[in-house]
Design a binder for this molecule. Structure first.
Ligand SMILES: Nc1ncnc2c1ncn2[C@@H]1O[C@H](COP(=O)(O)OP(=O)(O)OP(=O)(O)O)[C@@H](O)[C@H]1O
Ligand SMILES: [Mg+2]
Length: 288
């Protein structure tokens, strides 16, 4: 991990429908840092401002004064910044995949980014094949399917493939795996974690569900009402049950069970956040 953040946001404020009676303040001074090679979670209940924050990461929303967004050393307020290059480095998979898909055929949609980059036809085809395989969409079966005929889960996969096809350095998933069945989701996440571990892909997962984050991310930012209200390594954040509840969040059931056991006087060495860790702890208790 390098010592300088790859993405740094500082004191971000954002209002939707500015200067109208319907104005909404979505962010009240949010700061975060994402380092190269990390897997970071951003969680918070609905309306917390998560999607608004991550749209600043790749220049979809420009920072308002005095907020700052620095990506790979570049100040995103600078009008000279090449936003297209930033979006190639930082791939954002939208919360609603239908906002991301616009070509008639699935294969064309996934090829759109590589085509814009000027990639040759043959190379493009291989890139599309690779991206589709990464998300678990069979190339031959799906490349000529109509985009609008996909199921919700397949749409999410196609939207993710379209972003992966650019081989970004940072991948941001805005709850984009929900709506996919549990087995596909697990497979998808395993593939992304392989890219993360073996190729250094930086991951940012956005979700309202703590259970989704367990075993995935090293570090977590908790947001509520447009602010970062907690942050730290996953296990530490998960250990603050009461505070999380105040912000409308729960912890994985296995973590809750461990807290309950401790409250009843049992010794639990490491608070588990995944089922595997839970099994380990139960095993230790039973064999002691
Ligand atoms: N385009 C928009 N116009 C007006 N208000 C908006 C718009 N987008 C978001 N908001 C408001 O800004 C606030 C933050 O929204 P945001 O989408 O960032 O939250 P979120 O944490 O991603 O929520 P969710 O978990 O439901 O996706 C909410 O109050 C929301 O209603
Ligand atoms: Mg959102």
């Amino acid at each position: 991990m390098s010592d300088k953040p790859f993405i740094q946001i500082n004191d971000l404020h954002h209002n939707y429908l500015r200067h109208t009676p319907l104005e909404v303040t979505a962010l009240h001074g949010v700061s975060m840092e994402i380092y190269k090679g990390e897997a970071v979670g951003i969680i918070g209940r609905t309306g917390a401002g998560k999607s608004t924050v991550v749209q600043h990461f790749n220049g979809l929303i420009r920072p308002l004064e005095p907020g700052k967004v620095i990506v790979d050393g570049q100040d995103m307020s600078d009008p000279k910044v090449d936003v297209r290059r930033v979006r190639q480095k930082i791939g954002l998979v939208f919360q609603h995949p239908e906002q991301q898909l616009f070509e008639r055929l699935v294969g064309d949609d996934i090829a759109f980014g590589p085509k814009k980059l000027g990639m040759e036809r043959a190379e493009r085809r291989e890139r599309v094949r690779w991206a589709m395989e990464m998300v678990g969409l069979d190339f031959e079966e799906f490349k000529d399917r109509f985009t609008f005929s996909l199921s919700g889960g397949e749409m999410r996969k196609a939207a993710l493939a379209g972003v992966l096809a650019l081989q970004p350095e940072v991948l941001i998933l805005d709850e984009s795996t929900s709506g996919v069945d549990p087995r596909s989701r697990k497979e998808l996440l395993e593939r992304l974690l392989t890219l993360h571990k073996e190729h250094g892909l930086t991951l940012v997962f956005v979700s309202p569900n703590m259970e989704d984050m367990a075993g995935l991310v090293d570090r977590i930012y908790v947001m509520d009402e447009g602010r970062v209200v907690m942050s730290g390594i996953t296990r530490e954040v998960f250990s603050q049950l009461e505070k999380l509840r105040e912000h409308g969040l729960g912890v994985p059931q296995v973590t809750e069970i461990a807290h309950e056991l401790i409250a009843r006087g049992m010794t639990v060495e490491h608070i588990p956040v995944t089922v595997e860790e839970g099994v380990e702890e139960v095993w230790k208790i039973l064999s002691s």
